[in-house]
Design a protein around this ligand. Structure first.
Ligand SMILES: Nc1nc2c(c(=O)[nH]1)N[C@H]1C(S)=C(S)[C@@H](COP(=O)(O)O)O[C@H]1N2
Ligand SMILES: [Mo]
Length: 437
């Protein structure tokens, strides 16, 4: 109690704080405009994020990079094998929208910053709970945006797994978000109705005056500055600035998702050149980076096929594989880091490989790489992925042999799956027998 009284006694002169935050355009209306965009955008981020996580098939052996997810895995379902662009879409939306929302999130935080320093910090139990939800909300938002952007940027500067952090962070963030929405939506509607957007867009700098403090609101609790400075930018100017930043981010980043506007994709770390020719497209990890040697992939390379139930095993050389009936399909690689690419792959169907060890209906497959320790050196596939007509062990791309960096001698290509399921430098595939009816 003494400590509390001491803190209150030390509280800064109430007259000095408002002077720090004097922008005349701060107010419930501006905050609500940014808030309404986030109100739509954040749930889309949450849903596409959960879909992306389901796409990893975290229940299958070796795929679960997020242990102890417990009840949070309640919604998991078998990821789709078509349409083939579906993961490209959900992942692309997640990354692009997340980047586009970043300037809006920053603007929203700027617009409420005086409230984050409100004094005294705690007044009642209800007030305490609201501040706690704000901690989850603001902390969660900043954490999710920072880890997401770092991941897109190849920058794994944090000590924990990106999957674990981004996944658990999303649940913390959405909890704070839900409380915040429940508390603030009525106020948001009122504020939005107080100044129609069309009218506001007609007001230039000279007509930019502070908002009125809403009826019944203590001026000390208001977003409206108590001692506003004269305006240096109109509200429509701020909206243009923030909206323009979002559009700019989309234009500069879309290249790595769609590769339609390569030369301007300045923000995309993956649009560096990969030379020319059939194998000139993104490489996630090079053979050298993961210690796969050319000698392991030469004539001595063998593909091992195993029936997990009977233990039956077959080995094949690359010429053996090339003599089998081959399929060609245009399939994307869509990486969680936000880039995707569509290429023409040629290889042997996984169903034909399963048949070689006597598995007519596989309920799953486990694919292992020559690579020894990497997190993506193996992947488990669901039954529907193992049986999909387009799932293949690719040997060639765009009419040429795979390059070493794209997985020579052979790699899996799974329709509609996240990039990590397209294991490079495959050495063994173990099929599980499906239950016979
Ligand atoms: N053995 C092995 N396979 C792998 C990876 C890896 O690091 N090692 N990376 C995966 C990831 S995350 C992606 S997005 C794709 C990228 O394929 P690419 O490098 O041919 O474009 O390969 C997948 N297959
Ligand atoms: Mo990836």
């Amino acid at each position: 109690m003494n400590l509390w009284r001491g803190l209150l006694a030390r509280s800064p002169d109430p007259a000095t704080l408002p002077r720090l935050w004097r922008s005349p355009i701060r107010g419930p209306w501006l905050t609500s405009v940014f808030g309404s965009v986030l109100l739509i955008g954040i749930p889309v981020e949450f849903v596409t994020g959960l879909l992306d996580w389901a796409a990893y098939n975290p229940r299958l052996r070796g795929n679960d990079t997020t242990p102890h997810h417990g009840v949070l895995g309640f919604y998991l379902f078998n990821w789709l094998t078509g349409p083939t662009w579906i993961f490209r879409l959900s992942q692309g939306v997640h990354v692009l929208l997340g980047l586009a929302l970043t300037p809006i999130l920053l603007a929203k935080l700027w617009s409420v910053i005086p409230r984050l320093f409100a004094w005294p910090p705690l007044r009642s139990l209800a007030h305490l709970l609201e501040r706690l939800s704000l901690l989850l909300l603001v902390g969660g938002a900043v954490f999710e945006f920072v880890t997401g952007i770092m991941n897109i940027d190849y920058d794994y500067g944090f000590r924990f797994s990106f999957y674990d952090g981004h996944f658990f962070g999303a649940w913390v963030f959405i909890a704070g978000f839900a409380v915040h929405v429940a508390l603030k939506t009525p106020r948001m509607w009122r504020a939005l109705r107080s100044r129609p957007l069309s009218e506001e867009l007609r007001r230039g700098l000279s007509q930019t005056v502070p908002e009125a403090v809403p009826d019944g609101e203590d001026p000390r609790d208001s977003l409206v500055a108590s001692e506003p400075a004269s305006p240096t930018i109109s509200r429509r100017g701020v909206l243009a600035l923030v909206g323009g930043s979002s559009l700019g981010v989309i234009v500069l980043t879309a290249g790595q998702v769609a590769r339609v506007i390569d030369p301007v994709s300045l923000l995309s770390p993956r649009t560096r050149s990969y030379g020319s020719g059939p194998n000139a497209f993104q490489v996630n990890k090079t053979a050298a980076a993961v210690g796969v040697r050319r000698s392991d992939t030469g004539p001595s390379w063998r593909l091992e096929l195993v029936d997990a139930t009977t233990g039956r095993t077959t080995t094949l050389t690359r010429p053996d594989l090339l003599r089998m009936s081959l399929v060609t399909a245009d399939l994307p690689i869509a990486c969680v880091e936000g880039w995707s690419t569509l290429q023409r792959w040629t290889g042997v169907r996984l169903v034909d490989l399963a048949a070689l060890v006597g598995v007519a209906r596989s309920s799953g497959a486990h694919v292992e790489s020559l690579e020894r320790n990497g997190a993506f050196a193996q992947a488990s596939l669901s039954g529907s992925q193992a049986q999909a007509a387009e799932s293949m062990l690719a040997l060639r791309v765009n009419g040429a042999d795979l390059s070493l960096d794209h997985g020579y001698p052979a790699r899996t290509i799974i329709p509609a799956a996240p990039g990590v399921h397209n294991t490079k430098w495959v050495r063994r595939i173990t099929f599980t027998q499906g239950s016979r009816r």
